[in-house]
Design a protein around this ligand. Structure first.
Ligand code: PLP
Length: 379
């Protein structure tokens, strides 16, 4: 028999709920994809590069023109200049970038601070590399961070802090103060920050995205991870990137080199040209704010209570006034009875205590949002 390396890992909650939902023909408010078509211009660019013969391996660290465009974009938006030759690498989505970064940096016995609820690829990546996750709960109802608590958990073994802003699943957006506290905590340590910023272009309520790139002392000790999937409605292409200081990037690249040859070349060329159309990412916050507001408005016909999302296309709802069932049991019941698939938020915690919260992905058509509210009004 094989002794498993990832002893506690189950099928990802998104896959498990989506499979259950599909078997009941339910509306999928769980999966992380968006219901919208990507720009026809982007499709044309991919087709152009494929027909022109850009079908062989791309350079291992990514097409240079794409890295140059990303360097320019990051500098324009966040003020930090990354060297495209040595400080930006194209990856097969953010998931691979996360695994690569953790594998390159975390050794046996290293501690990694993560905030719960947490996106579910962080902990397995830490554990398979012999690291130890150190959990800090985001504090309800606004999911704020007690930075004093974080400070107390820092030891000489702390190798990494993982942040995610805007945050999946809560929709929390880090403030300037959060970033300054983080910067202070890592000052003078060997800690590297993994900053998962894949929802950087979806921020509401007049707030703005806080990238580690905006804080010079953070930028010099952080790896930013982002992805084109969520921004351009092309999650199935699985193309992302990371940006960070050259010495750390060099270590990441060694790991990437043995994981894969390169990321799909025609798609990289197409994305590099598509980045010229700035409105494609600059209008996203407005687009999703309207969706969020519409969904929350429709849901007032139900007894589900929103915890207002500040960013991402996720919205949490409390069902505290409806039932005392666990969120997993209730989510399964909603699939079977109401034909609506959601994610139980307890799945994003290492201890599965009762949370009474469900995550909804509102990147769906208005018709689907209406149908979901109608179906849930029976509860
Ligand atoms: C917080 C977070 N990080 C990373 C990812 C993975 O992104 P990708 O699809 O580019 O692998 C997701 C996907 O939903 C996510 O929510």
């Amino acid at each position: 028999m094989i002794a498993p390396k990832l002893i506690t890992l189950e099928n990802s909650i998104v896959n498990a709920m989506s499979e259950l939902g599909d078997s009941h023909n339910a509306i999928n408010m769980a999966a992380g994809y968006t219901d919208f078509h990507c720009s026809p211009r982007l499709i044309e660019l991919v087709q152009k590069h494929i027909s022109e013969g850009i079908n062989e391996f791309a350079p291992a660290n990514g097409v240079l023109q794409l890295r140059e465009k990303l360097a320019r974009k990051i500098e324009e938006l966040y003020g930090h200049k990354y060297n495209p030759e040595t400080e930006i690498t194209i990856t097969a989505g953010a998931t691979q970038a996360i695994f690569t970064t953790i594998t390159a940096l975390v050794r046996e016995g290293d501690e990694v601070v993560i905030f719960e609820p947490a996106y579910d690829s962080y902990v397995p990546a830490i554990e398979i590399n012999g690291g130890k996750p150190v959990y800090v709960p985001l504090k309800a109802p606004d999911f704020h961070i007690d930075w004093g608590e974080v400070q107390k958990l820092i030891t000489s073994n702390t190798r990494m802090i993982i942040i995610n802003t805007p945050h999946n699943p809560t929709g929390k957006v880090f403030s300037e103060l959060d970033m300054l506290r983080l910067q202070k905590i890592i000052n003078g340590t060997r800690i590297v920050v993994l900053s998962d910023e894949i929802f950087e272009h979806i921020v509401f309520n007049g707030e703005s995205h806080q990238s580690v790139a905006m804080y010079p002392k953070l930028a010099e000790r952080s790896i930013i991870i982002s992805s084109f999937g969520e921004t351009y409605h092309v999650s199935g292409w699985q193309i992302g990137y990371c940006a960070g200081p050259a010495d750390v990037m060099n270590e990441l690249r060694k790991v990437q080199q043995v994981m894969m040859q390169s990321v799909s070349s025609p798609f990289q060329w197409a994305l590099s040209e598509f980045l010229d159309f700035r409105e494609e990412y600059l209008q996203l916050s407005d687009y999703y704010r309207k969706k969020r507001d519409l969904f929350n408005e429709l849901m007032t016909a139900t007894r589900f209570k929103p915890i207002l999302s500040h960013g991402t296309f996720f919205q949490l709802f409390s069902y505290e006034g409806i039932t005392d069932e666990s969120d997993k049991d209730f989510a399964i019941r909603l699939v079977k009875e109401a034909g609506v698939t959601t994610i139980p938020v307890s799945a994003f915690y290492h201890e599965k205590s009762k949370k009474h919260l469900l995550r909804f992905n509102f990147a769906r058509t208005d018709e689907h949002l209406q149908m979901v509210a109608d179906r849930l009004s029976a509860y």
